[in-house]
Design a protein around this ligand. Sequence first.
Ligand code: PEP
Ligand code: MN
Length: 368
Amino acid sequence: MKLKGLDIEVIAGPCSAESCEQLIATAKALSAIGVKAFRAGVWKPRTKPGGFEGVGEIALEWLQQVKSITGMSVFCEVATAEHLRAAVKSGIDGVWIGARTVANPFNVQALADALQELFAANPNLRQMPLLVKNPVNPDVELWCGAVERLKNAGASNIILVHRGFSSYTPPQYSKIQRYRNSPLWHIAIEMRRRYPSMRMLCDPSHIGGSRELIAPICRQAMELMFDGLMVESHIEPDKALSDSAQQVTPAQLEEILSHLDVRSNRAGAEILASLREQIDVLDGEILELLAKRMGISRQIGEIKRQNAMPVLQNERYSQLLNNRIEIAAQMGLNEEFAKELVELVHRYSVGVQMEDSEKSEESNPTSV
Ligand code: PEP
Ligand code: MN
């Protein structure tokens, strides 16, 4: 699965197999840029009924045509024992278990049982690459549980795939959420710690959900020393029947890959990612505290108003400022920084009290 000139594994291909022509055209273009492993969804798990649910078993034959024309190895998703048996029977080279399936232990166990039977009939199948995506929910134990079930069944070539985690607020409803599925790198890092000899790929397509995010996510994955990428690529992405917005053309994929810098200092990158996550958490806590402070400041404003007290009370402000600068200095923070920060917070706090007071004047004019 190694791509020429780039020492990582790349598996690429459309979200879904739509027609034999689409598969062959996409595969030829990907093969020409050096991709050796081709993916296409044959059965598609869709959130709601009525969407394109894949063409089914016929696509397994198309994948075999791709293999004989291009020499690429071919992969598809399996969600049930029937899918797995049909895919293996068709001569598939590897399969992936999708995020929704991994989230359900019954489904994973049913796949593991089917694998065990297939291995008994053909022990060579144990080496077949078995890609296990992270579950949709950010539960490292659930991901591990799936890996354990498959290992217990005798699978010896399990590859982990980080495809991001479903979040409460998808990007269309949020100003700060950019991703379709949040990349929680610390969970991927924890999986690496638990399974140091297992390879791990990043799926930037399902993380990003949109074309322009593929390159930056690939870069992050390289900084974190992922062993490779699983990328959705379609010969005509705008016409794709599923996940159109996140698919790139083979030429765009080539461009993205040509700019990737494969880092070698794994330890440093992992520590950095973990530190950045701590920073993210702390920033969230700081903002939460500021919001809480602002709420209390509003209550103070209300009391001042009811008691006809002025908003700005100079003595209190100068005491507060000096006290905070002193505490900050004791904590080793730069005094100038502390002063500016407290002044800013205070300025906005006064602003909020003034604003509230004006609003209440407008709704209850008291003076003549
Ligand atoms: C896919 O790879 O096409 C897919 C459905 O992925 P996931 O299970 O990650 O959503
Ligand atoms: Mn997809």
